[in-house]
Design a protein around this ligand. Structure first.
Ligand code: AMP
Length: 210
């Protein structure tokens, strides 16, 4: 099954991707994580992407499409995959179509902007493996230390309040039109993000299986 998770930054797509990955045994492809790894490793696409990412802007379509295309060609994607953070523009969705990729379902995780701002201010990510945490909703066992790999957890540069405002604006202008795009294909299902992560996960799995 090929799935897309759609939603504003901080809506909880990454967490739901982990749940689906576990349930369906298909890999999650997060273009954000791939880009952060590329920046860390100083690759050509990483160098191109860094400035855009730090200021909360979208990385140009051709850079992200290139990365995504190589990734879904890998062996572990044969039985399906979950796209987290891709596509983020209509041209990216069109690129997927023209690669001949069939998308089975697009799950939108909907959370109002005010809640998103509150959530992002508490988000922490691991410097080592990229795992995501939240000081209130998903704390690490030891403060500031990743449960999975023991590296330090930090605030992402693009989670600073001013950057969050601009990311939300970009989401509404450039990514939200994808809802109409996939609704027209009969693939869109919307899940309202709940206070309890477990409840959102239950609704997400129900939306996928339904
Ligand atoms: P994320 O972790 O998904 O919030 O992504 C972090 C940042 O990576 C975004 O703010 C963008 O700068 C960049 N990025 C990730 N995915 C995409 C995409 N599909 N198109 C353009 N930029 C992206």
């Amino acid at each position: 099954m090929n799935l897309i998770l759609l939603g504003a930054p901080g809506a909880g797509k990454g967490t739901q991707a982990e749940v689906i990955c576990e349930a369906l045994k298909i890999p999650t492809i997060s273009t954000g994580n791939m880009l952060r790894a590329a920046v860390k490793n100083g690759t050509k696409s990483g160098l191109e992407a860094k400035g855009y990412m730090d200021s909360g802007k979208l990385v140009p379509d051709e850079v992200v499409i290139g990365i995504l295309k190589d990734r879904i060609a890998e062996d572990d994607c044969k039985n399906g995959f979950i796209l987290d953070g891709f596509p983020r523009t209509v041209p990216q969705a069109e690129a997927l179509d023209s690669m001949g990729v069939t998308i089975d379902k697009v799950v939108e995780i909907y959370v109002p902007d005010e809640k998103i701002k509150q959530r992002l201010s508490g988000r922490r990510v691991c410097e080592g493996c990229g795992n995501s945490y939240h000081v209130d909703f998903k704390p690490t066992k030891v403060e500031g230390i990743c449960d999975a790999c023991g590296a330090k957890t930090v605030i992402r540069k693009d989670d600073e309040p001013a950057t969050v405002e601009s990311r939300l604006k970009i989401y509404h202008e450039q990514t939200a039109p994808l809802k109409g795009y996939y609704q027209a294909q009969g693939k869109l299902v919307t899940v309202e993000g709940q206070e309890e992560v477990k409840e959102t996960s239950r609704l997400t799995l129900e939306a996928i299986n339904g």
